[in-house]
Design a protein around this ligand. Sequence first.
Ligand code: BGC
Length: 761
Amino acid sequence: MKATDLTLSHLSLAALAALLPALATAQSLTSPEIESRIDELLGRMTLEEKVGQMNQYASFQDMTGPAPEEGSARERYEQIGQGLVGSMLNVLGAEATRRAQELAVEKSRLGIPLLFGYDVIHGYRTIFPVPLGEAASWDLEAIEASARVAATEAAAAGVHWTFAPMLDIARDARWGRIMEGAGEDPYLGSMIATARVRGFQGTDLSALDTVAACAKHYAGYGFAEGGRDYNTVDISEQTLRNVVLPPFHAAAEAGVATFMNSFNEIGGVPATASVHLQREILKGEWGFEGFVVSDWGSIGELRAHGVAADLSEAARLAVVAGSDMDMESGAYVGHLAALVESGAVEEALVDEAVRRILRIKFRLGLFDDPYRYSDPEREERVLSNEAHRATARDVARKSIVLLKNEGGLLPLRKQGGTIAVIGPLAADKDAPLGSWRGQGAVDSAVSLLEGIRAAVGTDTRVLHAEGMTLIAGTRDFGVAPVFAEDDRSGFPAAVEAARQADVVVVALGEGAFQTGEGRSQVDIGLKGLQDELLREVRKANRNVVVVLMAGRPLVIPWMAENVPAIVNAWLLGSEAGHAIADVLFGDHNPSGKLPATFPRHAGQIPLYYAHKNTGRPATDSVFTSRYIDMPNEPLYPFGFGLSYTTFELSAPRLSATEMNPGEALEITTTVKNTGTRSGAEVVQLYVRDLVGSVTRPVKELKGFERVTVAPGESKDVTFTLSAADLAFYTAAGEWEAEPGDFQVFVGSSSRDVKDARFTLK
Ligand code: BGC
């Protein structure tokens, strides 16, 4: 259903038509006027000044990586005045950015403005759900709206450029950064990539409510061996092209201004030094016109990877490979001019990189008014905008996934009775903000307890008992989390509250900094005494609703078996408590669907729905691809999520059973609401290419649509598939569809599907 991964020669007419609206909104990054202004400026720049544009330093305001090897804040700010710095990251606020900008504009010879970058990952001041959570909404409009609010706030605080969206496909929940992306699927990931780029960038980078976006981490970062951050990646060109790259390509098609390369090596070549990724694919095949920034210190890390003997060699490898800006290695500013002077690097490579960087500065309007984003009065006004909280609440409740609801325990009554609210995360006002929370203030989220108290009537008794505390890490990157608490002294009060209540809401999961960068875990079950607390509470009262908060899928076999209701609430941001209460009390009927598989056991990882069939697909026989101690199936599959109503989907009806390459096929299913409430179902379309020149996944998502259906009502949902939608990176190294038989599935998850067949001629 997405035509953007295709070269024009492979596009069918239908796919081309589908592509046109996207092309109309994507902005070209070049224009004749801008290019001639760049020509003029480049002509006046010394080699040192050019290299300066390729240099990015961090301020010391908010450290998001290891401390620099050399250079004090004072020295760095002096270098700005010398024209040796093109961009700064982590300079925060209208005042601070204005002061730094003055150094560049007033002091440096050519007065080229600085570009200010910051990680605005899920909000700047108003914090939205962690990106994995938002992805569970499968609601592209809501996701775009979230990115726009983030852009509006960031731009008002002097930020020009966000290091988002993070587009790494992640199929390993041990990897802490799974929280930053859209989950395991390239199609969903591509749609969300486009929505986020549009949200951040709008249609005009110079507008005051947009920022330049950055597609990261390019590429393969999510495939780290063992789920351990920064670890080796070794994937095939097939996996790279068919799984990892589609969201990046979608972002490029949507006009994303920048890319960030990744820390990992891939097939023996660190991504930062990869000619294949940066020059051949990104700038060559895709014609990307923005610039590539390195990740924090990743050019310097080429030494540790063992491909460069020293920083000079690292600089040479990176610039040759197409890394245009050096974040925090000091490699370019320290060595590039000498490399050019000695003939080791062609000056044309430097010129090209600088052209790309200046292009984005022109697009942002910085040459017209370098201070346009640094207005303290506007910052104050925009950052206290209450409407942003309303958007955050809306996105947050749409992100919630109902995993279990036995006996219709949910929704709860607002009037009368006693609700016990228990658990280490119940009153936590900080955990829901998650990692990468921008300038979201500490303890500024609405807690679950507050949300429940605000929702219920005066005749409802709300009891609260923490039960235990969760020591779950801090924001400080230097401190390792400790989970070894053994204090059960809060258990009796929790059990007593459960006994007195009609229903118990237990908030469990992970702290804010258990996911995020450098936060990989081998054990992704409930840490500490949480499982034990849950068992005790469950003994006292069977009516248990678990509200699970985490930035990753958790392994929760006992809970899934023994607790009647589970609400997966991720880390939902500033409005978390209100959003969860909206769902608990039925003011919002949940419709979120998992963007990543929940395994039964971490030993099953990597576990994802779009796996290959293997030569020996699992049966009861031992000589098949299975474990002897556990089923292959996950606990909750990709695309899964319940509602307070029930839906029935009909088998797919096809407009034809044969499809000619230039034609489109229509697939229709009837969705019937068989329950008693109105609700929204996310209807999913999958295909399986039965025989290919290379092995194909057993299912691949190709479309989805949200449909709201009233009780007793039926609605048709029709998907259109063209040959282009069936294309993949073939054995011949072409992106094309191969003729043959296909299975097509419609369903409410990747598991619960009905199918039909057709043949592509
Ligand atoms: C992360 C990037 C981030 C950068 C700047 C790095 O450590 O990998 O995602 O954008 O720091 O904060």
